[in-house]
Design a protein around this ligand. Structure first.
Ligand code: NG6
Ligand code: CA
Length: 502
């Protein structure tokens, strides 16, 4: 028995030695650090390497030059909450009826489900989320003055530093590992999405920095009014202009603390969502007003984090995915001149629609993968969805397959080794669309009128009849071919129904 073991060990050693000789290059590390830069509302062509005008993004462009720039990669949905849900759970958001959440909504993710951070944590990673959450917290009726759970820490993140919902929704406080930061117990916070408090008045500043539409006119904090009612918690109120510095500090401290383990950082920007209030350092950096200045600010943040990785000797072993949670919107409720100062910049590039829309600009977002020495610089037209990150990154770190029903292992496409990606994929908006190669089918939706969403100046892309587009010939989705090709439209509707049925 002992002799057999010795022979076995000797053979393994010999094979290892020979393998080492045959392949002089170092094999890629199985568990690189992973950073997902998740920008809010950044459109397909809102950064330089995708054609932006009026704002420079040298740091993001340099990631694209050294990595893979995708032309047909999608967030799960055309709004924030469903996209985040899909990315973190590997499930299409319609399975959980995920829609934009109010700021006091309960946690949307079932803590029993496998998640992206949970999978990585089981694979030996230290995990963190810094920035916008917008996936709900607690189980309903949150008391913001006590420990708030379940939240990010209960779905796989070891550390969380959150902006709980959106910048335009109360409460305007940070929540770190389930506790409101800097809260003075003698000035407790109350939040309501139903009715005003008797003494909800302007706090922090009485002179508005920016006018808002009626939906955003409930509670004024830091000179800007927001959705929802809040009182108290003055010492905990955030200052919007400080977001990039506050989030960077937390992100860098996490990276520093994760010395002995690979780390996963979900860096979830508030930019370029409304209210757009860039730090003074970035005011005037673009010709586009606050929306463009916020893009310049995002670029600076990316540059700071990449520089820190280099300085810490971590750059070669860190995989960065840079992307967005939905397409672009100019007027999302605040008078910040985004419409007036747009010039010749086209945030959605050649694609029709934008945030909220069923047309391509709703979910086709800038997407860059950077991993020096491990991915070859290229432009890839592979069809990708963020829903696949759970299964794809599980394959990367050799984690066991999990029960993410919609998530496919598309690691080869994400790393530039497969030019095709998904055979079929769903895009979510107020309705569902199916992509198959360059074909797109938008299923019928009843109730939309041509003027619906006029306030956003975005075409919602909904119609009472099915729509079929050939994106190769018609990337702008102008010619509905459903009547001309009824068999194909019918087949794609059935294929979509089959995905929905699971
Ligand atoms: C909408 C808000 C919009 C924005 C959006 C969420 C109104 C009229 N509009 O309801 O301003 O906050 O929700 O954006 O209230 S998202 O990127 O988080 O999905
Ligand atoms: Ca968003």
């Amino acid at each position: 028995m002992k002799a057999r073991h010795t022979i076995l060990h000797a053979s393994i050693a010999l094979i290892t030695l020979l393998a080492g000789c045959a392949s002089p290059t170092t094999p890629p590390p199985v568990k690189p650090n992973i950073i997902v830069f998740y920008v809010d509302d950044l459109g397909y062509a809102d950064v330089g390497c995708y054609g932006a005008r009026g704002v420079a993004t040298p740091n993001i462009d340099s990631l694209a030059r050294q990595g893979i720039r995708f032309t047909d990669a999608h967030c799960g949905a055309a709004t924030c909450t469903p996209s985040r849900y899909s990315l973190l759970t590997g499930r299409y958001a319609f399975r959980n009826k995920a829609a934009i959440l109010p700021g006091d909504a309960p946690l949307l993710i079932d803590t029993a489900h496998h998640t992206l951070p949970g999978m990585l944590r089981e694979a030996g990673y230290t995990t963190a989320v810094v920035g916008k959450w917008h996936l709900g917290l607690g189980i309903g009726h949150i008391d913001w003055n006590r420990h708030i759970a379940p939240g990010a820490n209960e779905v796989g993140f070891d550390y969380s530093f959150l902006l709980p919902a959106t910048g335009d929704r109360v409460p305007t406080v940070y929540v770190e590992d389930g506790g409101v930061v800097n809260l003075d117990p003698t000035d407790p916070i109350s939040v309501s999405y139903r009715e005003p408090f008797e003494d909800t008045g302007a706090v922090h500043s009485d002179s508005p920095k920016m006018n808002a539409d009626p939906q955003h006119s409930n509670t004024v904090v830091n000179g800007v009014s927001r959705i929802g009612f809040m009182k108290g918690g003055r010492s905990a109120h955030w200052v919007d202009e400080d977001f990039p510095h506050v989030f960077n500090e937390k992100a860098l401290a996490f990276i520093d603390g994760a010395k002995d383990k690979p780390f996963f950082l979900f860096y979830s920007f508030h930019d370029i969502h409304v209210p757009r209030m860039p730090h003074a350092d970035f005011v005037g950096k673009s010709t586009l007003g606050p929306r463009g200045d916020a893009i310049a600010q995002v670029d600076w943040v990316v540059g700071q984090i990449v520089a820190a990785l280099k300085q810490k000797g971590l750059a070669d072993n860190t995989l960065i995915i840079f992307t967005s949670d939905n397409g672009p919107v100019l007027d999302d409720g605040y008078a910040d001149e985004a419409v007036q100062r747009i010039g010749d910049h086209t945030p959605g590039g050649p694609f029709r629609g934008g945030k909220y829309s069923a047309y391509e600009a709703g979910t086709r977002v800038p997407t860059i993968v950077w991993w020096p020495g491990h991915v070859k610089p290229e432009v890839s037209d592979a069809l990708l969805t963020q829903v696949d990150l759970v299964a794809s990154l599980a394959a990367l770190v050799h984690a066991p397959a999990v029960d993410n029903i919609d998530s496919e292992n598309q690691l080869d496409a994400w790393l530039g080794q497969d030019p095709t990606g998904r055979k079929a994929m769903i895009e979510e908006s107020f309705t569902l669309s199916l992509r198959e190669g360059h074909w797109k089918y938008i299923q019928p939706f009843t109730g939309a009128t041509p003027t619906w969403m006029d306030n956003k100046k975005i075409e919602h892309g909904l119609s009472n009849v099915g729509q079929l587009y050939d994106l190769e010939r018609d990337p702008g989705e102008r010619q509905n071919l459903a009547e001309k090709l009824p068999a194909q439209a019918g087949r794609m509707q059935r294929a979509l129904d089959a995905v929905v049925a699971g």
